[in-house]
Ligand binder design. Structure first.
Ligand SMILES: C[S@@+](CC[C@H](N)C(=O)[O-])C[C@H]1O[C@@H](n2cnc3c(N)ncnc32)[C@H](O)[C@@H]1O
Length: 288
């Protein structure tokens, strides 16, 4: 497939391995993805480096630099300059960056990945969460992140309201080829806000489903609290469903967190509260 690239080409060590291998094999051109696996282009290889359609160039010493940073994604910034795709958040004081997986990247928040990457990839990790929820009607996606949950929920939902606290995360997502479609999706509305505050101003009995995919407890404890769960309960319609990502239930800490989340959800009024280990979360329903 030879789709035109939107945005500057992006590379990680995965693609650079393809490029250096092809050059070592004496090839003058090779197919590579310029957008982290969404499309393929043919690039030219010579002793100076790699030439992309559209003018981007990668010198071989820059290729070595990318290989030396396997946790980073680099974007072309003109000439033979490639810069890491990352941002500093003035709001949280944390660095956010794209982390390559060979497919859809995840985001590192202070070095912590925001999706599962072991034995899966961020897109498939999100599919497990969204499948567990079966989103229909109006959906609240509490934590936009890279927008994978918003985009996947929008396949079956009428409308998705997705909330992200951090402007730096939104800026990073706009640069990520896998996230960018969320900003133009006719059934996805992205809002920059603290969901704990925003939800208090939303109407009662409004959403058919809530997808709650917060950062780890240590980074966002209030999103695991009774007051927030009471608000999620309030904005759900009777019969509405909540999927709450919690994390691995295989460790003692994970099981304890899951148990305490389930107790607080029941205390907030939720029924049919049950763990969904394959999606690393908990499903709950507002009684009719
Ligand atoms: C695990 S990630 C969400 C991943 C997302 N569901 C996806 O598909 O890419 C959690 C996100 O919640 C955001 N966040 C943290 N606290 C928040 C809050 N109070 N309100 C809204 N978003 C918040 C973080 O900045 C981070 O981007």
């Amino acid at each position: 497939m030879q789709d035109p690239m939107s945005g500057p080409p992006m590379l990680s060590h995965y693609e650079v391995q393809t490029l250096t291998r092809a050059y070592r094999q004496g090839r003058g051109q090779v197919q590579v993805t310029p957008d982290l696996g969404r499309t393929q282009v043919t690039v030219a290889l010579d002793e100076a480096g790699v030439r992309f359609p559209g003018g981007a160039r990668l010198a071989w010493d820059q290729a070595q630099e990318i290989l030396a940073h396997p946790n980073a994604v680099f974007a072309w910034a003109g000439g033979s300059t490639w810069e890491r795709v990352r941002a500093f958040s003035d709001l949280t004081g944390r660095v956010v960056s794209l982390y390559p997986t060979g497919r859809a990247p995840t985001m590192l928040l202070s070095g912590i990945p925001m999706h599962r990457v072991r034995n899966t990839d961020p897109w498939r990790d999100t599919q497990a969460k969204v499948r567990a929820l079966h989103p229909r009607g109006r959906v609240l996606d509490t934590c936009f992140g890279l927008g994978y949950s918003a985009l996947q929920a929008a396949r079956t939902a009428d409308w998705v309201l997705s909330v992200e606290l951090d402007p730096a995360v939104l800026a990073l997502a706009r640069r990520n080829p896998w996230s960018a479609p969320a900003f133009a999706h006719p059934r996805v509305r992205v809002v920059q806000a603290d969901v704990a505050r925003l939800v208090a101003g939303l109407p009662a009995d409004f959403f058919s489903a809530v997808l709650h995919d917060p950062p780890q407890f240590a980074l966002a404890g209030e999103l695991y609290g009774a007051a927030f769960y009471a608000q999620l309960y309030r904005v759900l319609k009777p019969g509405g469903r909540l999927f709450h990502y919690v994390g691995s239930q295989e460790t003692k800490m994970g099981r304890n967190l899951t148990r305490s989340v389930m107790e607080r959800l029941r205390a907030a009024g939720f029924a049919k509260v049950k763990p969904v280990p394959q999606a690393f979360g908990v499903l709950a329903r507002k009684p009719r």
